[in-house]
Design a protein around this ligand. Structure first.
Ligand SMILES: Cc1cc2nc3c(=O)[nH]c(=O)nc-3n(C[C@H](O)[C@H](O)[C@H](O)COP(=O)(O)O)c2cc1C
Length: 196
C-alpha cells in the first residue's frame, strides 16, 4: 500500500480504514494482502485511526486535535474509502465508528461526502461479520457515500485465512477478493466525486 502522504497519481486511490486496531489484527493483514490483488490503476492507502481522540463535539469549537485534522486531510486526499472490518457485538468496532464520526464532523464539513465506498467484513465465525457490515452501511447512507452493493464480501473463518507469512491460504478467498476489488475499481470510476 502507498504511504499516507504521496499524492494520487494515475487511476484512483482508496483510503483503507481497518476496523481493528490490535497489533495482530487479521483484518489489517487481509487489507495488506488485498493491496496485492488490486487491478492496475487502483491504489490502497492505509489511513491511521488508532490515535484519533474520541469524538467530542466540544472539541470542534476550537482548533481540532492534530490527529483529527490529519485524518480529515487524509480522507480529503483520497478518491474513495475501503472499509475492512471485523464485528464487535454484532456492530462496528468502536475505533472505526469513532473514525466515521470524526470524519463526518463538524456539521456541514463531512469529509466522506460523495466518496465511493466498499466494505469487506470478516469474522472467525460463519456469518462473516454481516452485522458490522450492515450497521456500517447505515452510517454511510447518512454520510452520502455511494457504497458498492455487489459483490458483497462477508468473510467467515478469518482465523484460518492467513498463513504464517501473512498471505491468503485459500484460492477461493483470493479470487473473491480479486473480484471484489475489480468491481470496486469500476464502482469508484463511476461514482468518484468531481474535484471541487
Ligand atoms: C469486544 C469483542 C466483541 C466481538 N463481537 C463479535 C461479534 O459480534 N461477532 C463476531 O463474529 N465476532 C466477534 N468478536 C470476535 C472478532 O471477530 C475477532 O476477535 C476478530 O479476530 C477480530 O478481528 P481482528 O483480528 O482484525 O482484530 C468480538 C471480539 C471482541 C474483542
Amino acid at each position: 500500500m502507498s504511504d499516507s502522504t504521496s499524492p494520487a497519481t494515475d487511476g484512483f486511490t482508496a483510503g483503507v480504514l481497518v476496523g481493528s486496531i490490535r497489533r495482530d489484527s487479521v483484518s489489517r493483514k487481509v487489507a495488506t494482502a488485498m493491496a496485492g490483488l488490486v487491478p492496475a490503476g487502483l491504489t490502497l492507502r492505509p489511513l491511521r485511526i488508532d490515535d484519533l481522540p474520541l469524538y467530542d463535539e466540544d472539541l470542534d469549537d476550537g482548533p481540532p486535535p492534530a490527529p483529527w485534522a490529519r485524518f480529515r486531510a487524509e480522507v480529503r486526499a483520497v478518491d474513495a474509502i475501503l472499509f475492512v472490518t471485523p464485528e464487535y457485538n454484532r456492530s462496528v468496532p468502536a475505533p472505526l465508528k469513532n473514525a466515521v464520526d470524526v470524519g463526518s464532523a463538524p456539521h456541514g464539513r463531512n469529509v466522506f461526502a460523495g466518496r465511493p465506498a466498499g466494505i469487506v467484513s470478516l469474522s472467525p465465525g460463519r456469518m462473516g461479520a454481516f452485522g458490522a457490515n450492515h450497521h456500517l452501511r447505515q452510517s454511510l447512507v447518512f454520510l452520502d457515500m455511494p457504497t458498492m452493493q455487489q459483490p458483497e464480501a462477508y468473510l467467515g473463518g478469518s482465523d484460518e485465512m492467513l498463513g504464517t507469512d501473512g498471505t491468503l491460504r485459500s484460492d477461493a478467498v483470493r479470487e473473491l477478493l480479486t473480484g471484489f476489488l475489480t468491481a470496486f475499481d469500476v464502482w469508484v470510476a463511476g461514482h468518484v466525486a468531481v474535484p471541487a
